[in-house]
Design a protein around this ligand. Structure first.
Ligand SMILES: [Zn+2]
Length: 363
């Protein structure tokens, strides 16, 4: 696995990468069919949108070398294999974080009989230039047309359970952009998890679209155990006429709050994938349609109260509050806005509940 921008991901050969409880038959088997290509129960990765080509290895080793001095096309086998690896790994990690068959996860065959199958994550790489507007708009491939109109870089489309989601990449470069791939995969998970396996898009308007980006950014960083160091706070956010343009930038504040809370827990408990599991295993069923930041904060706290591991652990719960309070989304934060520096801003609040006062030195 690797990235194009040289951050912490790197290429290495990994054997038996699948996580047994999430993918009991491995990553290449669907029913009795054993695929020798980048297809399996959790993922299908196509290197070419026109012919839906996959990468094949008849030994099922997929041991392709990546050379950063080579062209995209020469690295195609390694890059596409990297995407196949990462999509499967995300399937297995999110499965263990609670995104199971019952919750509408992405699998051809649902072993438990719960949820609807036939919906593996499908990645389509569009590694060439588009034709003219007229030609593209008259094309018969509806998937291609949709992404031509809507996707300048890398995007996700997630229909309801039983219909396969698609990550579309406009260029092979993205096949090694692991942070971006996890970001997109998380969008698909958020969509399914917040809509109970249906296609109700309750995370798309206003603040909720920022939180949607925040969740994707949080997981893309935390799965690689990287901190979000962006100092943005709740009070930095202001009302704008077209929120969609600001969703990624404003979402950084909430991704930062989650990251702060996660790394506090890491520091005081332990910092390993099991901890990520305890932290991420939150269902957020209390969330209203198009939530505000406070709603999502409350749903996470509520989930911790209900979590059988966390609920009796006062310090753990206080670390969550401290993560939020550090970013101005403290106990007494509300949805009021004030006029400041030419815009209407939320107001920072650094309070923690009375029960966490002993730990407020951590803020
Ligand atoms: Zn995004």
């Amino acid at each position: 696995m690797g990235t194009i921008d040289g951050d912490d991901w790197y290429f290495k050969i990994i054997e038996n990468a699948f996580i047994k409880n999430a993918s009991p038959n491995g990553w290449n088997k669907v029913g009795n069919i054993n695929y020798y290509v980048t297809m399996g129960n959790n993922a299908r990765v196509y290197s070419n949108i026109e012919n839906r080509e996959t990468i094949a290895d008849y030994n099922q080793q997929f041991n392709f070398r990546y050379n950063k001095n080579f062209s995209n096309d020469k690295n195609k086998e390694a890059s596409v294999t990297n995407t196949f690896y990462l999509i499967n790994l995300m399937h297995d990690i999110f499965f263990n974080l609670g995104f199971t068959e019952e919750k509408g996860n992405f699998q051809v065959e649902n072993y438990s009989g719960k949820g609807i199958g036939n919906d593996p994550m499908t990645v389509i790489i569009h590694n060439y230039h588009f034709a003219s507007d007229a030609v593209e708009m008259n094309g018969k491939d509806l998937v291609r047309k949709y992404f031509y109109q809507n996707c300048p870089f890398m995007c996700t489309s997630t229909p309801s359970d039983g219909q396969y989601p698609i990550i579309h990449m406009t260029n092979l470069d993205y096949a090694t952009a692991n942070h971006g791939i996890i970001h997109e995969y998380t969008h698909a998970v958020t969509r399914r998890m917040s809509s109970y396996g249906r296609n109700d898009n309750c995370f798309s308007d206003g603040n909720s679209s920022e939180m949607n980006e925040a969740l994707s950014e949080f997981f893309a960083s935390s799965i690689a155990f990287k901190k979000k160091n962006n100092p943005t706070k709740f009070g930095d956010l202001y009302t704008v006429p077209d929120i969609s343009k600001y969703a990624h930038a404003f979402g950084e504040f909430f991704a930062g709050a989650l990251s702060d809370a996660f790394f506090l827990v890491c520091d005081y408990y332990r910092c390993d994938p099991n901890m990520l599991q305890e932290f991420g295993n939150m269902e957020l069923y209390e969330l209203p349609y198009n939530p505000y930041y406070i709603d999502l904060r409350n749903a996470i706290i509520e989930e911790a109260e209900n979590n059988y591991i966390i609920r009796d652990d006062k310090f753990f719960k206080c670390l969550l509050w401290i993560g939020f309070a550090k970013r101005g989304l403290g106990y007494n934060a509300n949805n009021e806005i004030e006029y400041r520096n030419g815009n209407y801003h939320y107001i920072n609040n650094y309070d923690v509940p009375e029960s966490c006062k002993d730990y407020s030195y951590l803020i």
